[in-house]
Design a protein around this ligand. Structure first.
Ligand code: SF4
Ligand code: SF4
Length: 108
């Protein structure tokens, strides 16, 4: 079963590109997240049309894919999901959990 099947937000390349998580202070000093970002950027360059990188290679889209596997985030900083186009499009202010999807799991 697809890990993102029950998610409210579709796990698509369009949404991945809109995701603000790579700019979030919660992840800013995470080596794990920055490594993923590098792999993701490299993957995008070589990706064929229609390819979507898996959640393990994307430092974001937690509202769809669920919690991060990285252990070195800093949730004391402010989540910036409410600045994201995906947040607005899917009205994520009305879902549970509220923000911090990287820590609390996907929006359902
Ligand atoms: S709402 Fe948050 S987790 Fe979802 S795409 Fe936007 S920034 Fe990423
Ligand atoms: S879900 Fe929120 S707190 Fe977590 S990385 Fe994305 S913007 Fe930051």
């Amino acid at each position: 079963m697809n890990a993102c099947e029950n998610a409210k937000v579709p796990y698509t390349i369009e949404n991945i590109k809109k995701c603000m998580c790579p700019k979030c202070p919660v992840q800013a000093n995470s080596k794990c997240a920055m490594d993923k970002l590098e792999n993701f950027a490299r993957g995008l360059e070589s990706a064929r049309e229609g390819d979507v990188p898996g959640p393990q290679d994307v430092p974001g889209m937690y509202c769809s894919a669920g919690r991060t596997t990285c252990q070195d985030l800093y949730p004391e900083e402010q989540c910036i999901c409410n600045t994201c186009a995906v947040w607005k499009e899917y009205h994520l202010q009305n879902v549970k959990p509220t923000m911090y999807f990287c820590q609390r799991g996907r929006a359902v």
